[in-house]
Design a protein around this ligand. Structure first.
Ligand SMILES: [Zn+2]
Length: 385
């Protein structure tokens, strides 16, 4: 028996929005096969998701919305769906949509259940992380919010205080708004500033309301932020916020679209910086909540070259294993032919081949002042609590 669970079921890769859509479930197979060939994942880690009930989904989503998703999944009510964000370019309708995304919600909720109940110390669902889905609105490739459904399980069934940390390049708006007035859930998001990137929110002044006042934290970063500045911002905010909140469980949304190669966002991290951020989350879970950590995937639109290398480090950090630097030859042979780009030979990026980012000092200093402003905004609110 391992202390670490990797949620897996072949149906989880059915979340294919359309052939031409940038959200590519093949990322899951690419990552899983890399982990197997690296020798850090095997059958003792893999756990099948337990299905959740519709009642559990309805704790997060409005019934009218769930009914609409079910109807369009059967090919009905297509004309009315647009008002719910369904049938758009970002959120095309596909058959079995309801069932497929319920599967993702079940996997994230199972991950939470395993950790909250003490059966596992840590668990990961790489098919999860659909952080843009709202109460009754699909958005940004996300239909149901698996993260919120899982967090509700920990809060309601186990009475836990949950820190939700979102390091995807995009603001974790869906999760933030769903828990905006909730004292038991702290949401923290580091992302490319909404002034430049979807969904346009995630400003420092979004700090929560009513019982949730001071429980929403946003660090918007400049486009082209590199690893060093990112990690500086992370250190300036995340440890202090988590130590203030004292979580029983950390839920990490680990979208991999902050990498420089990602085509949909403009942050410029390298793989090693991403791995350091995962390692820090692991350390903070050890410091603050007896190691309890649930992680999901999220964005990541360079599916062959970047996402598997990023998430190999995520699983290694979560399961406390070392990660080799070289990518196994067998993995390259399996995937190079179908990859649209040349696959790298090592897990860390070859930074020597990267051109320097212009305005680096300006970007760093801007990020530093935003982090300072954020703490200056939060500290007085916390003092009143
Ligand atoms: Zn994203």
């Amino acid at each position: 028996m391992s202390d670490y669970a990797f949620l897996y079921d072949s149906s989880l890769s059915q979340y294919e929005l359309s052939d031409s859509h940038p959200f590519k479930p093949i990322r899951l197979e690419l990552t899983r096969s890399l982990l197997h060939m690296l020798g850090i994942l095997d059958s003792k880690h893999e756990v099948e998701p337990e299905p959740i009930s519709e009642a559990e989904l309805l704790k997060v989503h409005d019934k009218s919305y769930v009914d609409m998703v079910k109807a369009v999944s059967r090919g009905e009510k297509l004309n009315e769906a647009y008002g719910f964000g369904l049938g758009t370019g970002d959120n095309p309708i596909f058959s079995h949509m309801h069932t497929a995304i319920m599967g993702v919600c079940s996997a994230t909720t199972t991950a939470v259940e395993l950790v909250a109940s003490g059966q596992k110390q840590r668990a990961i669902n790489l098919s999860g992380g659909l952080h843009h889905a709202h109460k009754k609105q699909a958005s940004g490739f996300c239909v149901y919010n698996d993260l919120a459904v899982g967090i509700e399980r920990a809060v309601e069934k186990y009475g836990m205080r949950v820190a939700y940390l979102d390091i995807d390049a995009h603001h974790g708006d869906g999760v933030q708004w769903l828990f905006y007035d909730c004292a038991e859930v702290m949401t923290i998001s580091l992302h490319e500033s909404g002034r430049y990137l979807f969904p346009g929110t995630g400003h420092t002044y979004e700090t929560g309301k009513e019982a949730g006042r001071g429980m929403s934290v946003n660090l918007p970063l400049e486009p082209f932020t590199e690893g060093e500045s990112y990690l500086e911002g992370f250190e300036a905010i995340v440890p202090e916020v988590l130590r203030f909140f004292k979580p029983d469980l950390i839920v990490l949304q680990a979208g991999a679209d902050m990498h420089r190669f990602d085509p949909l966002a403009d942050l410029a991290l390298d793989i090693s910086a991403m791995h350091k951020s995962y390692q820090r989350v692991s350390e903070l879970a050890d410091e603050l909540c007896e190691g309890r950590l649930v992680a999901t995937g999220g964005g990541g639109y360079d599916p062959y070259r970047t996402v598997p290398r990023a998430w190999a480090g995520l699983w290694a950090a979560l399961s406390r294993q070392d990660l080799a630097a070289d990518i196994p030859q067998g993995w390259l042979e399996s995937w190079q032919e179908q990859s649209p780009v040349e696959l790298p030979l090592t897990i860390p990026d070859n930074l020597k081949t990267w051109k320097p980012i212009p305005r680096r000092a300006e970007i760093e200093s801007h990020n530093r002042s935003v982090a300072k402003r954020l703490m200056n905004t939060l500290t007085p609110i916390w003092k009143e609590l």
